[in-house]
Design a binder for this molecule. Sequence first.
Ligand SMILES: Cc1cc2nc3c(=O)[nH]c(=O)nc-3n(C[C@H](O)[C@H](O)[C@H](O)COP(=O)(O)OP(=O)(O)OC[C@H]3O[C@@H](n4cnc5c(N)ncnc54)[C@H](O)[C@@H]3O)c2cc1C
Length: 262
Amino acid sequence: MKIIVCIKQVPGTNEVKMDPVTNTIIRENVESIINPFDTYAIEEAVRIKEKFGAEVYGLSMGIPAAAEMLKEAISLKVDKGVLLTDRKFAGADTLATSYALSLGVEKIGDYDLIICGKQATDGDTAQVGPSLAKALGIAYVTNVSKIIDINKEKMHCMKITDDGYEEVEVKMPALITVVKEINMPRLPSIKSMKTAKKSEIEFVTFNDVIADEKRVGLIGSPTQVLRTFVPNHETNSEMIQGTAEEQSVKLAKILLTKQLNM
Ligand SMILES: Cc1cc2nc3c(=O)[nH]c(=O)nc-3n(C[C@H](O)[C@H](O)[C@H](O)COP(=O)(O)OP(=O)(O)OC[C@H]3O[C@@H](n4cnc5c(N)ncnc54)[C@H](O)[C@@H]3O)c2cc1C
């Protein structure tokens, strides 16, 4: 079996700075971590590998520094890291990101299962998993909390819904997005961290894939962030003093005045 885990590098801080001109996140020189939901995706892929035998690829689209994050994934028993990185991929919205990731998946080729995190902690849309499955023309199941059985033909899994749980059977190849209830991610050993540091990450540029230039990066993004801002939570409060009776009379007067002014 070949499993591809989509791993996104996200800022490891809440102090995210935005480029005032492009309205995109400034990712350079910011401490970055593996998107927390993707650590569960990695762990699940590695558990399948340990139980049934599989080759696990970590796939990311990001700046060249994201290669270090893929090495971290290798220290967690991912076999190979592939990084889509090119100026042409930059500034992608979820649609262009999914398209670019589909190019990476096709470059790796011959896959059985793709595992994504439920959502990224920066963009937070939870769109990339389903959108990637659509770009590849394969079935997907979101919010998976347990893989009950899996083989090269089909997978039986459990997903969390608003009302409880659903058991789903899906034909392979398929894509799943996973929630944190699925497992408890392992920590890397010192030895595996040292070995992973020396591992080679495959860099894939725009010219390495057969891609439609109009579908990647900022040009290929039908949605654009126009403005980012912290909402202004201004509250005007007035304390009403007196007995309960006095307070209710004063409150009624205030409400009446407000109603008349509307
Ligand atoms: C309207 C809109 C406009 C945007 N415009 C810009 C922009 O102009 N410039 C810009 O930089 N960003 C922009 N973004 C953010 C950018 O779209 C997201 O960072 C990116 O598309 C991933 O979406 P997400 O973070 O919501 O991921 P989610 O859909 O929440 O992620 C789900 C899962 O998909 C996988 N995944 C997601 N992204 C990657 C990745 N890069 N590599 C590997 N796996 C991944 C992971 O497994 C992750 O757990 C925009 C977002 C929106 C909604």
